[in-house]
Design a protein around this ligand. Sequence first.
Ligand SMILES: CC(C)(COP(=O)(O)OP(=O)(O)OC[C@H]1O[C@@H](n2cnc3c(N)ncnc32)[C@H](O)[C@@H]1OP(=O)(O)O)[C@@H](O)C(=O)NCCC(=O)NCCS
Length: 197
Amino acid sequence: MNPPFGTYRIGGHKIRPLHYSDQERMLAFFKSHTPDTVLSRYGYALSQMSAERATRLVNVDQHHNVALGAFGQQGNDEVLDAVARYYTTSNPEIAEFAVVVKETMRRRGLARFLFQRLCELAAAHGVKKFFAQVTVENHAMRAFISNFPHETRYIEDLGIIHYYLPIASTTQQGPLSAGQSPAKDKPERSPSPMPLN
Ligand SMILES: CC(C)(COP(=O)(O)OP(=O)(O)OC[C@H]1O[C@@H](n2cnc3c(N)ncnc32)[C@H](O)[C@@H]1OP(=O)(O)O)[C@@H](O)C(=O)NCCC(=O)NCCS
């Protein structure tokens, strides 16, 4: 059975899969990013996003490459305020994930909601773990991940942390409550980095 790709609402936002018709919204979303946000999300400085790249980012198969957006309403149009995606690696049980939320829309639970939806979809597709590469300086993302069971591997020479998040425990338990410890199982071998861009 196909996983539930329905439309959800959180606050004033509609959560739905990205679609090829979202290309202009993706470009506008990228233009709204500060250089810090671009660096945190993509891992390198990027001053512009090409139309081809934006098309690639929105036009995904929604199976091996799943992308969800949080859309606000602006007049008659939708405006993209957050994106979360995963991409399966050479090991189909591990998918790399990334999330980015517009600066003015942070700390409203958008990343948490998108992440939990991604976990449900990934679980339905047989993905067992999410993998994320986060720079040591990215305190917001590190704090975000610390809400969920995870394990880490510090890649000192690159200044990045590899995070592994077991999906079953995330979908069953939800975020950790105060006093709970993250899962302690052994990290998998790092998948070959698969740029989510
Ligand atoms: C990291 C990021 C995605 C978080 O998005 P968000 O929508 O603001 O996160 P949420 O509102 O869902 O936060 C959920 C929880 O994560 C933690 N958290 C998120 N941002 C935090 C911050 N800046 N400082 C401390 N804790 C933070 C908190 O525990 C928060 O719960 P709370 O607000 O109830 O305290 C956002 O800051 C972002 O887009 N950063 C730039 C892009 C990026 O780094 N992406 C990661 C690439 S892998």
